[in-house]
Design a protein around this ligand. Structure first.
Ligand code: 8YV
Length: 305
């Protein structure tokens, strides 16, 4: 907000809850720039409600599935996002979920908090080790690469799939093998999702994809909830079709599929991927600098094209 005040008047419309569509339309009326978040739907109607003076929509997120980008840019309005600055925080969270689910940390903590009796023995609460296992990354962009680097330090092998092949340098650094999606699902011990939500990736992980995974495999999602068919996932976890899942995002946030909450092999946290003081500060600053650049006639720093 301080950075934005250097270029214009600032109106803070919502601090701690998403605005409804009519509230949002009212809030943007007359604005030259709008700073948005995950749950703010930006489309032609919203741009029209803002008025012809609108120049930039700055999303405080790397994902921009909340924005109808062609509809907005066709009206001459720039769209920006916040790539890069949240890769490490999101990768840390993905790895935290991976450790939680493979080493049964949530389950162990619940046991103690429930004051259940327990005795150490050699077969007590055994989990799954990561050394020598294969991490299958769906989308080897900035966040996927940051997850792969962590996985290499844990002794894992890297496979990936995605629309585009990574550069030879990235493949060499991570010793990453490019595989078609079906082979990745069949062979990975952990599948971690780092793709954007698009019409092609909605329900990418459906009943058939879950059935293709090994029964010993784990699924991690820090991308967008609708990439997974959550009902099918709950069923697959219940039936032991896969071993476990660590989820930061949900199909109908803030709701979580009730079936998942009953399962010990599902770890669920409330969209915390980028939620560190350092990262959220960097995201907010980047969004503000994008706004300032456009309003002062410079090129935006991180435009969405
Ligand atoms: C954001 C995210 O904090 O960047 C993204 O795409 O999902 C999160 O890191 C959240 O979307 C708030 O806008």
């Amino acid at each position: 907000v301080e950075l934005l005040r250097e270029v214009g008047d600032v109106q803070v419309c919502s601090q701690d809850r998403p605005l409804s569509a009519p509230e949002l339309r009212e809030a943007v009326r007359g604005a030259h720039a709008v700073v948005t978040m995950l749950h703010d739907r930006v489309d032609a109607e919203l741009v029209a409600a803002a008025g012809d003076q609108l120049q930039v929509v700055a999303n405080v997120a790397v994902g921009y599935d909340n924005i109808d980008v062609p509809a907005v840019t066709d009206r001459g309005v720039t769209v920006t996002n916040t790539p890069g600055v949240l890769a490490d925080a999101t990768a840390d969270l993905a790895f935290g979920l991976l450790l939680m689910v493979t080493r049964r940390l949530g389950e162990g903590e619940r046991l103690l908090r429930a004051r259940e009796p327990w005795t150490f023995h050699l077969g007590f609460m055994l989990g799954t080790g990561l050394q020598g296992k294969t991490l299958g990354i769906v989308g080897l962009g900035g966040i996927g690469q940051a997850v792969a680097r962590r996985a290499r330090a844990f002794g894992m092998n890297i496979a990936y799939t995605g629309r585009r092949r990574a550069s030879a340098e990235v493949e060499a650094e991570l010793d990453a093998r490019h595989l078609p999606m079906d082979e990745l699902l069949r062979t990975a011990d952990v599948v971690s999702l780092h793709c954007p939500l698009t019409e092609q990736t909605r329900h990418l992980i459906d009943e058939a994809a879950l059935a293709a995974m090994k029964p010993t495999a784990f699924l991690i999602n820090t991308s967008r909830g609708p990439v997974i068919d959550e009902k099918a996932l709950a069923e697959a976890l219940r039936e032991g079709e896969i071993a476990g899942a660590g989820l930061d995002v949900f199909e109908r946030e803030p709701e979580v599929e009730p079936g998942l909450l009953e399962l010990d092999n599902a770890v669920v946290v409330p969209h915390l991927g980028s939620a560190t003081v350092e990262t959220r500060t960097a995201m907010a600053e980047l969004a503000a600098r994008n706004v300032a650049a456009v309003l002062t006639g410079d090129e935006p720093i991180t435009p969405v094209r």
